[in-house]
Design a protein around this ligand. Structure first.
Ligand SMILES: CC(C)(COP(=O)(O)OP(=O)(O)OC[C@H]1O[C@@H](n2cnc3c(N)ncnc32)[C@H](O)[C@@H]1OP(=O)(O)O)[C@@H](O)C(=O)NCCC(=O)NCCS
Length: 346
């Protein structure tokens, strides 16, 4: 079984309700049909029913099992506008603005999640990351135990797309932050690393080994940027002493055992990292795209973390297959969140 298949299998055990705001987009329609056919989530497509039906017919797809919902005529509008207004009144949002915003599918979808009418939302095939992020921040907000929203990509090496194990034995990796915080402070880097470690446990069911990346390994270079990463390590070690984390590490020291032993002897992470924390958004975003395009890895995301409920972004260049895959990850996040909340109640 490939890694992707095993993720979908886990999602299928307790299918979650996912709402896709860009329901009139042909790729989103195809993804919804695929998800429902494979049974790892239930899907609601937002948009005008006539347009969605015409899109499906044109592609020769059956919408059996897919729920269609037009926000413009939904009876939920009033309730969602109230939720939005309650959350954003202090930031100056007026009732009239809330009523306008709620009709936008990406806001409607995020509010459906906030209202518990859906377990997660996946958008961004036709919207910018900033718009998706803002809708999630405004409607869903931060989780109680989170300090900020950041994002990660699940990077599946080409060998993980077949049944042959990854040659370096590391399997999939999580990369963060590749989509949200342009210039994280040391404090924010530590929080991104903590949240991504938790996501690695929830999504990949692996014990995280977190590398704080830099252009320096263990003092090989001196610069304010290197000091920032070292400071993040200090904060993280104080905050989560149980976490297996090290830094600052160059990417080769983090990933290649021989280089790790040479450059960072005795490190619990060097040469075997499975969570890579990039020092800023430039390196994170460029890094994931290089690995995707040059190494042929499958990049799933950006998956947002730190929100009170799951909402995921997409790259506008995504395919129907990419959207379906991100739905699977988002469904796993929703499952994990429910398990965490149930455990908290006990
Ligand atoms: C995420 C982003 C859109 C937020 O922008 P912003 O201008 O701060 O948005 P808003 O002012 O509407 O923020 C809404 C609220 O969320 C807060 N917020 C913003 N970013 C946050 C974050 N990462 N985590 C937690 N809260 C955040 C703001 O402080 C604000 O709080 P307030 O209403 O209490 O003042 C911005 O950081 C961004 O554009 N990031 C880059 C995204 C991008 O283009 N990525 C491309 C790569 S794929």
């Amino acid at each position: 079984m490939t890694l992707l298949e095993s993720l979908k299998l886990r999602a299928r055990i307790r299918p979650q309700r996912i709402v896709l705001p860009e329901g009139e987009d042909g790729r989103v329609i195809a993804a919804a049909v695929q998800v429902v056919r494979e049974g790892y989530a239930t899907v609601t497509l937002l948009g005008r029913q006539s347009v969605i039906r015409a899109g499906a017919a044109e592609a020769g797809l059956s919408l059996d099992g897919v729920t269609l919902l037009d926000p413009a005529v939904s009876p939920a509008l009033e309730n969602y506008a109230r939720i939005l207004l309650e959350g954003r009144r202090a930031s100056g949002l007026t009732s009239s603005e809330a009523h306008t915003l709620v009709r936008q599918p990406i806001y409607f979808a995020a509010l459906a999640v906030a209202a518990r009418d859906a377990d997660g939302t996946v958008g961004g095939a036709a919207s910018s990351s900033a718009d998706i992020l803002r809708a999630a921040l405004h409607c869903i907000g931060l989780a109680r135990d989170a300090k900020l929203v950041s994002s990660f990509f699940v990077m599946i090496p080409p060998s993980g797309l077949t049944e042959i194990p990854a040659p370096w034995g590391n399997g999939p990796l999580l990369f963060a932050d590749c989509a949200v915080l342009p210039e994280p402070t040391a404090e924010q880097l530590a929080e991104i690393a903590r949240a991504t470690a938790e996501s690695a446990r929830a999504i990949l069911e692996v014990e995280p080994r977190v590398a704080l990346l830099s252009f320096s390994t263990k003092g090989s270079a001196q610069h304010a940027r290197v000091s920032k990463v070292r400071e993040a390590l200090k904060i993280l070690r104080a905050r989560a002493p149980e976490l297996v984390v090290d830094g600052e590490l160059q990417a080769d020291a983090a990933l290649v055992p021989a280089v790790g032993t040479h450059k960072a002897p005795g490190s619990p992470v060097a040469g075997r990292a499975n969570v890579l924390i990039f020092p800023d958004l430039d390196s994170g975003n460029i890094g994931y795209k290089l690995v995707e395009r040059l190494a042929g890895a499958l990049a799933l995301g950006p998956i947002l973390q730190g929100l009170d409920r799951p909402a995921s972004d997409l790259s506008r260049g995504c395919s129907a297959e990419d959207i379906a895959n991100v739905v699977a990850i988002t469904a796993l996040q929703a499952q994990a969140l429910k398990e965490k909340n149930t455990a908290g109640v006990r």
